[in-house]
Ligand binder design. Structure first.
Ligand code: GLN
Length: 488
């Protein structure tokens, strides 16, 4: 089990790295997180959704993501409510105040079921906690941290982010607030995001080990490599812009942005500089603006309207700019979004940007599925895969709207203009297709086209797991956690 003194201590990354390290040692290993709160989600092969961070960890473990790896996902929708995804399916909306009453027991049952299922197939289950295990006011309703560690009698790592300062106090304080049987499960402390001089840390480590009796099993240096983040707080931590890039792509930072991991393959393109634009912030003159997915499309659309971003996008498009939408962003590009029953927020209809002649209606049933298709645009017959997570159903209402893919209604492009939008999350992962679109933007700037001979982004991601595991392995001693026979 990996718990952290705070959110963003680096639990997700460490869990993924441990999965890859154990996999490389030849073990059958799976990730697990009982309950995740995030708007980044992944639709698994059999349908149904889990947190994206667990999908990433599954890939690190060399596995296909599965529901049992994250049986509860809470997706905050704004207005103090979250959509509850239980064992892959959206089962309702809840307020924080009612969650404990309505879902705690069901959730705990699902967690136990999932753990039993995973234990049958894997030698190691690497569990990730959530937030801090020492939130004393919330502990009785905490489904994710020490309740799981206790249930499994799991040796546990406590991770602390030293970059923010106060690391020693965080570790000592967290241990002090755990019950004694919980404390006994903490077998090691990992100091993460260390940028300083190691020799200056030594006396602190000595003190901490003497004072707490828990060994410091790792000091992980600050890693610059981008890694799919769990929630949108990480967006603010991403590194600065590439000054020497050929193309600039702006992404609208929606209040309820969903699946910003969609943009990782663009960030990984050396010739692209990607930046986020806050609602109300000037758009500038990028080569394209992308409106990402949204957990609350109409409410985010209204925020963009109020802050002047819709008007700014209209002017940008009128001046010849390219506006792109993914999922919720696609819905916003259309003329109207109707939610007469209030499935996603207040009942009503909103007027969209009108850059594509589309109408969207929000349905009761949520679609969560993977798709494989072929492109019709910007080049024909390129392989395209991705996944859908949405309740909206979108239809073209004018002939100038063309289908982007062989599978109809997955994506639309304006004939004669450059705007497009699609329901496929992960669309930029398709190497040749991504390059074909970037080449269109390059053509407008008289830049030479890029080669289409690039692999699917999953290969880059896989290489980054190895690099991360290499970087962490040398700084982490898992021996105190592993059963004696397993220490290699
Ligand atoms: N992933 C998304 O962007 C979802 C869009 C919208 N909230 C829907 O459910 O249809």
């Amino acid at each position: 089990m990996v718990v952290g003194t705070t959110s963003h201590a680096g639990k997700s990354l460490l869990t993924a790295a441990i999965c890859r390290i154990l996999k490389r040692q030849g073990y059958r290993v799976t990730p697990f997180k009982g309950q995740n709160m995030a708007l980044n989600a992944y639709a698994i092969a059999d349908g149904g959704e889990i947190g994206y961070a667990q999908a990433v960890q599954a890939w690190a473990a060399g596995l296909e993501p599965a529901i049992a790896m994250n049986p509860i996902l809470l997706k905050p929708q704004g207005d103090m409510t979250s959509q509850v995804i239980l064992e892959g399916k959206a089962v309702g909306r809840t307020r924080a105040a009612d969650y404990y009453r309505d879902y705690f027991e069901r959730g705990w049952q699902a967690i136990q079921r999932s753990l039993q299922q995973l234990a049958r197939h894997y030698e190691f289950v690497v569990c990730e906690g959530a937030g801090s295990p020492a939130e004393i006011n919330l502990k009785h309703r905490d489904l994710t941290n020490m309740r799981v560690a206790r249930y499994l009698n799991a040796p546990t790592l406590l991770v602390v982010d030293i970059d923010r300062g106060g690391a020693f106090a965080h570790v000592v304080g967290t241990l002090a607030l755990l019950d004694s049987d919980e404390r006994a499960l903490i077998k090691g402390v990992v100091i993460n995001k260390f940028r300083g001089q190691r020799s200056l840390l030594e006396s602190g480590i000595q003190w901490l080990e003497n004072y707490t009796g828990v060994p410091v099993v790792g000091v992980i240096p600050w890693l610059d490599r981008p890694f799919p983040a769990e929630d949108s707080l990480d967006l603010f931590e991403r590194r600065g812009r590439r000054r020497d890039a050929d193309l600039e792509i702006a992404v609208v930072r929606l209040p309820r942005i969903a699946n910003f991991t969609d943009f990782d393959p663009l960030v990984a393109e050396p010739s692209v500089s990607l930046r986020y634009v806050m609602p109300g912030e000037a758009i500038g003159q990028p080569d394209a603006v992308v409106i990402p997915g949204s957990k609350a499309t109409r409410s985010d659309l209204e925020t963009l309207r109020e802050r002047g971003t819709l008007a700014a996008l209209q002017s940008y498009a009128t001046a010849g700019g390219t506006v792109v939408g993914i999922c919720g962003g696609l819905q916003m590009l259309g003329r109207t979004i109707a939610d007469p029953h209030g499935f996603e927020g207040d009942a009503g209809t909103s007027e969209g940007l009108g850059l594509l002649p589309l109408e969207t209606a929000i349905a009761a049933e949520k679609l969560t599925q993977q798709r494989t298709t072929r492109s019709r645009w910007p080049l024909g017959e390129l392989p395209v895969e991705g996944y859908e997570i949405h309740q909206g159903r979108t239809a073209a209402i004018a002939p100038e709207c063309m289908q982007m893919f062989a599978d109809c209604d997955l994506g639309f492009v304006h004939a004669g203009r450059s705007h497009w939008g699609c329901y496929l999350h992960g669309v930029f992962e398709n190497g040749a297709w991504r390059r074909a679109w970037l080449n269109q933007l390059r053509l407008r700037r008289n830049l030479a086209p890029l080669s289409l001979e690039v692999p699917h982004y999953r290969q880059q991601r896989d290489a980054s797991f190895d690099a991360i595991a290499d970087a962490i392995d040398t700084h982490l001693d898992l021996t105190p956690l592993l059963p004696k026979h397993a220490a290699k």
